[in-house]
Design a protein. Structure first.
Length: 123
């Protein structure tokens, strides 16, 4: 039924202007705004809707994953832009916050609304 539709994902934030600056300026994504909603246009061609929600509760899971060729360089650049990487109890992460066990190398950070994002590098 939906096999050939242009489905898209979305998530909420508590401050749409702060989200526009973060995703557009800090992360450098293509962001447009219409009717008080944001649309992220990702390099894959996918669109993601960001909408304001009164009483927003941050997602407790990773909402966007950004594959990179060099996770160390990505962490350096993001840290230089004021981003702090998360540490999770019980997860083996190195001094930079990268988990290297199991699948791809991955490090997590949050947007201003507290939603979790990641950078990851295939082995």
């Amino acid at each position: 039924m939906f096999k050939n539709t242009n489905a898209f994902s979305g998530f909420s934030v508590d401050d749409i202007e702060q989200a526009r600056r973060f995703y557009g300026e800090t992360l450098g994504l293509d962001v447009s705004e219409e009717y008080g909603l944001l649309t992220l246009r990702l390099g894959s061609g996918a669109n993601v809707l960001i909408y304001p929600k009164p009483g927003h509760t941050p997602a407790s899971f990773t909402i966007l994953n950004f594959p990179v060729d060099d996770i160390e360089a990505a962490i350096d650049e993001l840290t230089g832009r004021g981003i702090t990487f998360e540490r999770y109890p019980g997860m083996e992460q190195d001094e930079r916050g990268v988990m290297r066990a199991g699948g791809p190398y991955i490090a997590w950070f949050k947007d201003p609304a507290g939603n979790v994002l990641s950078v990851l590098q295939e082995r």
